[in-house]
Ligand binder design. Structure first.
Ligand code: AHR
Length: 334
């Protein structure tokens, strides 16, 4: 649905995969008590990094919600490196935190450290991004978006963008991928390709596709190379707004008009993305909501108290066309 307001699925408390009770941790005597007299929850949170506007908004949301909930938050920024996240998680295990939450930079390579958390009886909650594990009991739940669906929505909204632009002829797409191996990069590409394979086998083609690591600098640099090798690109699908914004700089430097000569669809819906869209430089944005903090804190409490939660608590989001940008901009929360 277009222009739908964000909201998160209220799912806490609904019974799901029965691994939670085994993971729920007993009192390990961590710091202090909350004003209500119950023990303060210590939450260890390992963030991916600070690669994008989305990430900054996500970090702010987690920190503010932890404060509001009265938790003792131990926060670390992994600077987009898996080894840093693994060290942070190990350190949270050593500190005997009550719950560990993390947003995994990539999908694979977590089994060993997650087994260590399980052995220490510390429940793990994934936020934002998923992992591939050999054992489903290694984490309790994922609080985050359906990235495959975001990719599908990007494909469907591109149809509208092309129609609105009166585009005729072949669609030559450049894809700026997110961080290699990260769930949103893999799944957004997959969802977009599903739409192409189903409805646009003959008229759409991805002519170049490369990672820009979810950063502005990456988007700028990779788009400049794309324009050199494929000057006839007429569509850009960027896996996030930051890469689209970086790419816009290279498109303009090449003497082309972003949003006109090259139609642009991106994902996230951060303020800067909306500004670029209201200036006519991005044609459509598929929203990915970073404001996961309050929902995460509820889940942490439920898990800590031994309650059950759904296996995947999905974020609900909207899609925005360029003509909605100006009206939506003042009310954007991130
Ligand atoms: O995992 C969510 C993605 O990570 C956002 O789309 C992107 O901006 C961020 O870096």
């Amino acid at each position: 649905m277009l222009n739908r307001r964000n909201f998160l699925t209220a799912a806490v408390g609904v019974a799901a995969a029965g691994t939670l009770a085994a993971c729920a941790k007993e009192d390990k005597g961590s710091t202090g008590t909350s004003s209500g007299g119950s023990k303060t929850i210590t939450l260890g949170f390992s963030q991916v990094g600070s690669e994008s506007g989305w990430r900054s908004a996500n970090t702010d949301s987690v920190k503010a919600a932890a404060k509001e909930a009265g938790y003792n938050l131990k926060f670390s920024d992994a600077q987009q490196k898996q080894e840093n996240q693994i060290s942070a998680i190990r350190s949270y295990i050593a500190q005997k935190v009550d719950v560990i939450a993390f947003s995994p930079v990539v999908v694979t390579g977590w089994d060993a450290v997650l087994k260590e958390a399980k052995a220490a009886k510390i429940p793990v909650v994934l936020t934002d991004r998923s992992v591939e594990t050999s054992d489903d009991s290694l984490y309790v739940t994922l609080v985050g978006s359906d990235f495959t669906d975001e990719g599908r929505r990007a494909g469907k909204i591109l149809e509208k963008v092309l129609e609105k632009a009166g585009h005729k002829g072949p669609v030559k797409i450049a894809q700026l991928e997110g961080t290699t191996g990260a769930a949103p990069a893999i799944e957004r590409a997959k969802g977009f390709k599903e739409v192409m394979d189903a409805d646009h086998k003959d008229d759409w083609k991805i002519v170049v596709s490369q990672t820009g690591d979810f950063t502005r600098a990456g988007g700028k640099q990779v788009m400049a190379a794309f324009l050199q090798s494929n000057p006839d690109i007429n569509v850009l699908f960027a896996h996030n707004d930051d890469m689209a914004i970086g790419a816009i700089q290279s498109i303009e430097a090449a003497g082309k008009k972003p949003g006109k000569d090259i139609l642009i669809v991106s994902i996230d819906g951060v303020k800067d993305g909306f500004v670029a869209m209201s200036e006519g430089k991005i044609n459509a944005i598929v929203e990915c909501n970073p404001l996961l903090g309050p929902q995460l804190m509820e889940v942490v409490k439920t898990v800590h108290d031994g309650g059950s939660v759904e296996r995947w608590i999905k974020t609900k989001e909207g899609d925005f066309m360029q003509d909605q940008a100006k009206a939506a901009l003042p009310t954007r929360k991130y």
